[in-house]
Design a protein around this ligand. Structure first.
Ligand code: AMP
Length: 311
């Protein structure tokens, strides 16, 4: 990994949010968040990114400037009358479990994504966590994409399961966390759950396991990617989206999906996510340098590599 931003362009649709988050180590009120926010900033280290999302009249200009600073194309960021989608969450000492305290859909309720001609021709597409009916609307507008991936969350499994299953049958890769994979399949074993999700249509399933890493199932292969062991974790919000942003940004940059690039991409995802949890909101991610990601990637390799058994 030397030269950033040489890859194919990547479209992301998801939420841009105002978050209020409390963890055992502090709190942050009314800060920038949202699935597409974390994803687009994380993936912007690797390739050119186009964002499609909605915000309200209250959305601060400084957040808009942040996307621009990171080279994220925001022609598809619609500003509507009303307030921006907002999410309030908390975490206990088990930082792998997010408790939603409040979700206000606000402008998201009227959002009807209309892709521009350029967006429709995006070779790489990520449908970040958002209403699965909107994810389907976007898929139906795409013209011959090379690779489409999707993420979701427990809320949509509970209130829009049929739509979510349909959306999952229309993509190449499904990314879910372990609790969601179990909930949607009713399988407690994650290998079985991943295989069941794969049967819906996607050839690649990646299950995120928070601080324990992630598991990828592609073809007949299983790859287990470690998380970087962190000593200081302040806020896990956005870890999943920055993992996906690193992983899919790297795939778009390489322009090729095969078991080798997928394994590398999952480690890139681990590296980017490990930085994100070091601070609240996007504070750490927006200070990151490309070489920080490369260094952590190499460090993950160093702490997990071992020789064959010696007789
Ligand atoms: P994660 O990477 O899973 O920690 O994602 C965290 C982000 O998801 C937060 O910044 C929230 O704004 C966003 N979020 C929370 N609830 C929803 C929802 N129902 N739909 C879409 N995005 C959400």
């Amino acid at each position: 990994m030397t030269q950033p931003k040489t890859g194919k362009h990547l479209l992301v649709i998801g939420t841009v949010a105002i978050d209020s988050v409390e963890t055992p180590f502090g709190k942050a009120d009314n800060v920038l968040g949202g699935s597409a926010t974390y994803f687009s900033i994380a993936s912007s280290f690797f390739t050119s990114v186009r964002l499609v999302a909605v915000v309200g009249e209250d959305f601060p200009q400084r957040h808009v400037d942040l996307f621009k600073k990171h080279g994220v194309n925001i022609d598809g960021l619609v500003r509507m009358k009303g307030e921006t989608f907002s999410w309030k969450g908390s975490y206990g000492y088990d930082l792998n479990v997010a408790n939603t305290l409040e979700t206000k859909l606000n402008t998201l309720e009227q959002f009807d994504p209309e892709l521009s001609e350029e967006d429709k021709r995006s070779p790489f597409v990520f449908l970040a966590n958002i209403d699965p009916d909107l994810q389907i609307k976007v898929i139906n507008q795409l013209k011959n994409p090379a690779f489409v991936a999707l993420d979701s969350m427990n809320l949509w499994i509970r209130i829009k399961k049929d739509s979510l299953l349909k959306a999952m049958s229309m993509v190449n890769m499904v990314v879910l966390n372990e609790a969601e994979a179990r909930e949607i399949t009713g399988q407690s074993n994650l290998v079985k759950a991943a295989k069941e999700i794969k049967k819906l249509g996607a050839s690649i399933v990646v299950i995120k396991q928070g601080e324990y890493g992630s598991m990828g199932v592609f073809g007949n292969e299983i790859f287990s990617a470690p998380a970087f062991p962190m000593e200081d974790v302040y806020d896990p919000t956005g870890a999943g989206d920055s993992f996906a942003g690193g992983m899919i940004g790297y795939l778009a940059r390489q322009g090729e999906i095969n078991p080798d690039t997928l394994r590398q991409a999952m480690i890139v995802g681990s590296a980017v996510a490990s930085y994100n949890v070091e601070a609240f909101s996007l504070e750490r991610l927006t200070q990151l340098k490309f070489n920080d990601i490369v260094n952590r990637y190499n460090e993950i390799k160093r702490i997990t590599i071992f020789d064959d058994f010696t007789h």
